[in-house]
Ligand binder design. Structure first.
Ligand SMILES: *Cc1c(COP(=O)(O)O)cnc(C)c1O
Length: 366
């Protein structure tokens, strides 16, 4: 029996996607091969790759002056690749300024990594209140090489509700946990990147969407595998790309298009999130620690109101265990913040959210 999987990532995939992949496992598109067995340069794989890219372009409205790259190394490698390619100097350690807004553990990691190659300035932070809100974004400075934000903060459950205007300074954003969850104006950004394992497909593929003028500035010492210009010139095939992951992303995008695309999924995502926040805001036992205007549509942390710390831990452990026994899995909060968290990405049906609320009502009564 399939469970409702609230994992923050890797996370649930749409059932029709898994069924299609299973049906094509041994013989994809009449080729007599699994996609896993195909040469990445073959005529069999080419249409699969092209379909994935064109669907992503269509669904996200990616303009022609942006390249789409399918890379490896996760979002975490982009924490290094972005500064190496657009801020580092030819002399290591003498990079340009990179501005960051610190809204959680991932943006902090991105800033710390960038500091190895660029002069990082953290211009605002919400650390003072355990990252429970998004701070006002100060203006970019003319000499900034880029300005980095994490659009959706997976661990603490916040989301930018408006995109800062950074003028001519390229805005760079980690959109790992919100890509394709609601409409996004790509033209406001210089670089967007996302690990696939939240809203796009299995782990192993990283999508990078980069404006063309930001390609070609890597310093001489940059490793070939970390250069956007090389990956762009080779059409993501400088080396073997994560072929099966790209195929799976294509199936997920096909599924999303069939549902009506980003506008349709955004409506569903808002319904799911509203339902759950509404329950939390009226519960006597559980609450959301996140300030209302900044609440994520994708990741919803919640904690119990119990005062006694030991009792609280015990109650929350019991909650996670009993929920799992009821087919509602992966509800523990991030190991660094505790509590619980329900990740309700595109693939989570509204029935799953309703089942979770029913379970929480029952737990609350007992
Ligand atoms: C999951 C996540 C990451 C880490 O992604 P990897 O692909 O494991 O490197 C980084 N940023 C955000 C916002 C995430 O949600």
């Amino acid at each position: 029996m399939r469970v409702y999987n609230f994992s923050p990532g890797p996370s649930a995939l749409p059932l029709p996607v898994l069924e299609k992949a299973a049906a094509q496992m041994q013989d994809a598109n009449g080729t007599g091969q699994s996609v896993m067995e195909m040469s990445h340069r073959s005529k069999d794989f080419k249409p699969i790759f092209e379909k994935t890219e064109s669907l992503l372009r269509e669904l996200m409205g990616i303009p022609a002056n942006y390249k789409v790259l399918f890379l490896q190394g996760g979002a975490s490698l982009q924490f290094s690749m972005v500064p190496i390619n657009i801020a580092a100097g030819d002399v290591p350690g003498k990079g340009k300024t990179a501005a960051f807004v610190d809204t959680g553990i991932w943006s902090d990691k991105a800033a710390k990594e960038a500091a190895k190659y660029a002069a990082v300035e953290v211009r605002a932070s919400s650390r003072d209140k355990s990252y429970s809100y998004i701070p006002e974004a100060p203006s970019a400075k003319p000499d900034d090489a880029y300005y980095h934000i994490t659009l959706n903060n997976t661990i603490v459950g916040t989301r930018w509700n408006k995109i800062p205007d950074t003028g001519s300074v390229p805005l760079v954003s980690d959109i790992s946990s919100c890509i394709l969850s609601e409409p996004l104006d790509v033209t406001k950004f210089g670089i967007l990147y996302a690990g696939a394992q939240k809203n796009l497909g299995p782990a192993g593929t990283t999508v990078v969407i980069i404006r063309e003028d930001l390609i070609g500035h890597a310093p001489v010492w940059a490793p070939a595998m970390l250069r956007y210009d090389i990956h762009a010139a080779e059409g993501s095939m400088y080396n073997t790309p994560p072929c099966y992951g790209i195929y799976m992303i294509g199936l997920v995008l096909e599924w999303l298009k069939g549902l009506g695309g980003v506008t349709a999924i955004a409506k569903l995502n808002r319904e799911k999130a509203e339902l759950f926040y509404n329950y939390l805001d009226n519960s006597k036992l559980f609450y959301s620690p996140v300030e209302k205007p900044y609440r994520s549509l994708m990741n919803i942390p919640f904690i119990t109101r119990t005062e006694d710390a030991a009792k609280k831990d015990e109650l929350e452990a019991r909650f996670v265990k009993e929920a799992a026994a009821a087919g509602l899995v992966n509800l523990a909060g991030h190991r660094l913040v505790g509590g619980m968290r329900a990740s309700i990405y595109n693939a989570m049906p509204i029935d799953g959210v309703q089942a979770l609320i029913r379970f929480m009502e029952k737990f609350e009564k007992n």
